[in-house]
Design a protein around this ligand. Sequence first.
Ligand code: NDP
Length: 278
Amino acid sequence: MIINGKEIAKKLRSSIAKQVAKLDRKPGLAVILVGDDPASAVYVRNKDNACKEVGFYSEKINKSANITQTELLSEVERLNKDDKIDGILVQLPLPSHLDANQVIEAINPNKDVDGFHSENIGKLMQNKAYLRPCTPKGVMTMLATTGIDLVGKNCVVVGASNIVGRPMAMELLNARATVTICNSKTQDLSGKLKQADVIVAAVGIPKMIQGDWIKAGVIIIDVGINRLDDGTLVGDVDFDAVQDKAAWITPVPGGVGPMTIATLLENTLTAYTAREEK
Ligand code: NDP
């Protein structure tokens, strides 16, 4: 069965829009885009459109690729102090002369709707999560729709980046699954995947995970977004090769991608509510 991220995301956006319609002040999200990377520009546009759809106040801030670290930090500081803004997101990757980590750490943790600030990552580690990284949190929402209890399940996360693999592993651990995290040095990856009840692939290698690497009945979440030379988008999993064996699978496109953006809106509403209650 397909876990239809597009549909789940649509329902989440519609539920957020209903909540926003009742509010006196609109939740505000600011997205900073540095430079003119075309893929980043598309992500930022999609986020801005999603904000408008649910009735948020949205600020799309375009900065030149030549911006200095000091100028970028003062922009973040301005947004930290702006009462209209509940969530701040700096679109990654940043040009190589900028220190992304320092920029993320400059965001007020209560406005860190990407959930990347060390304070929010630390809370996730302690299973006291507040603002949780959007892609892994969106995956947990998708898994919940299957109705399958994750307690005691063998979960294998392929990929260990700070933005997907690591927080994903922590989300699954917090759900009391048994978690294996793999990286590019992992030995016998297919042997590990064959033991898995749940696989989350977040690598960035097109169709890497093959049909004979998995056991029947597995749940597969494909986070990968890879553009082939002919322009088509594919995941990290060979969808055609695994679909008859897997019990549940997410498509690419239309799987995790839309959930990441819907979860960003969810986090912004969470940050808004916390600020209003103060
Ligand atoms: P990164 O490049 O930051 O991390 C990739 C991870 O995969 C690393 O930990 C790397 O290991 C590991 N890896 C590389 N090769 C192998 C291998 N052969 N076997 C096992 N592990 C391997 O990527 P991201 O986490 O940022 O993104 C991963 C994918 O997810 C990309 O396709 C990206 O486009 C997509 N993505 C999708 C999102 C969505 O909303 N759907 C959001 C974010 C990302 P090592 O640590 O050893 O280098």
